[in-house]
Write a protein that binds this ligand. Structure first.
Ligand code: NAD
Ligand code: ZN
Length: 351
């Protein structure tokens, strides 16, 4: 089969690899129909994610059809259409029981990171029963598969690490720093909780325009609209926001969130950080502020399938570009140079 393989910082390409096989009774092998590129793939290519070894097949979002299945898998059979979770987990260990399957100790792995991923014609999924989700059948409801594929990672990331960790309540004020696909998915999922202010900050005016279309009440062009902190304080009557979601993954924006947060607020860090960031306790110690971090657990995926099926989440709006798998390197170029291409979520099709 053809697979996109990481060869070390800034080096990757399509190679021929043996088709994966079921190696444990709880495995399934999925033939991919769609995969995507995530901001985390760009972090991997920059060398920010040391757990990714040379030779790893990249990709952690995908959907497709069950090609083969182990004897211990009970919820899925040959030919089932499935969404692949970006992490695999046993469902039974200490961390799985505590709702953190991304830290599963019984063979849980991160696709395209600690095990081979979805930017390939086939992928082996360990613990298939607890790591795959059925695609709603066309007779129930037809949900666009370009939206469903985002249930692998960016939708649960935005909901779990951003919106839910950020403890958004009805009437709250929210700042989302970073209007990439994850930040924009946070703009969408935040609205499930009826905040009154959703302020989105980015350096890319095209992405800010999308944020506004998706429900941002205010947009701030970092670097062009003057002092970002002063602008947020003006919008919030000097109080700062109740929730600040960091969806970039650099020290500067984590520190910015500390200046935007109001008394009693929550900073929800979503970004993957490859380096140190400062924590300004001298500004925060008496402000009753909580800071949360999280690796996506994808425990909300069934809920997200329901939300998409009910038309409550316009994730399809994030899918701006599509490429054939044979053009995956062009897809990376478009995603990596989003300032020029205006790419948000790039969908890669195998069929
Ligand atoms: P992305 O790179 O497409 O988007 C980042 C956005 O930040 C861009 O729009 C960029 O213009 C903006 N930006 C950069 N510097 C800025 C600055 N100084 N001020 C304001 N905006 C700035 O990435 P994405 O796919 O949207 O992912 C966002 C982050 O979420 C990444 O760090 C990604 O690795 C992370 N992530 C985390 C998890 C998790 O489990 N915690 C899961 C998936 C993705
Ligand atoms: Zn586990």
């Amino acid at each position: 089969m053809k697979a996109l393989v990481y060869h070390g910082q800034d080096h990757f390409g399509i190679v021929e690899r043996p088709k994966p096989q079921v190696t444990a009774a709880t495995d399934a092998v999925v033939k991919l129909s769609k995969t995507t590129i995530c901001g985390t793939d760009l972090h991997i290519l920059k060398g920010d994610v040391p757990s990714v070894q040379h030779g790893r097949i990249l990709g952690h979002e995908g959907l497709g059809t069950i090609e083969s299945v182990g004897s211990g898998v009970s919820s899925f059979k040959l030919g089932d259409r499935v969404i692949i979770s970006c992490i695999t987990a046993c469902g039974a260990c200490h961390y799985c029981w505590r709702g953190m399957p991304s830290h599963c100790t019984s063979g849980g792995w991160i696709l395209g990171n600690t095990i081979d991923g979805t930017q390939a014609e086939y992928v082996r999924i360990p613990h298939a029963d607890t790591s795959l989700h059925h695609i709603p059948s066309a007779t129930d409801t037809a949900v666009d598969e370009d939206a469903l594929v985002m249930i692998s990672d960016i939708l649960p990331t935005a909901l779990e690490c951003g919106t839910m960790n950020g403890r958004i309540t009805p009437g709250a004020s929210v700042a989302v720093v970073g209007a990439g696909p994850v930040g924009l998915a946070a703009v969408l999922t935040a609205q499930l909780y009826s905040p009154v202010l959703v302020i989105v900050i980015d350096r890319d005016p095209a992405r800010l325009a999308v944020a506004q279309r998706l429900g941002a009440t205010h947009i701030i062009h970092a670097g062009a609209d003057g002092d970002v902190v002063r602008r947020v304080l003006e919008i919030t009557d000097g109080r700062g926001v109740d929730t600040a979601i960091e969806a970039v993954g650099i020290a500067q924006t984590f520190e910015l969130c500390q200046d935007l947060i109001g008394v009693g607020g929550t900073i929800a860090n979503v970004g993957v950080h490859g380096g140190k960031a400062d924590l300004h306790l001298e500004k925060l110690w008496d402000r009753n502020v909580a800071i949360t971090t999280r690796l996506v657990d994808a425990v909300t995926s069934p809920m997200l399938v329901e939300l998409l099926a009910a038309g409550k989440l316009d994730a399809k709006a994030l899918a701006t570009h599509s490429f054939k798998f044979s053009d995956v390197e062009k897809a990376y170029a478009a995603f990596g140079d989003a300032g020029t291409s205006q790419a948000l979520k790039v969908i890669i099709n195998f069929d």
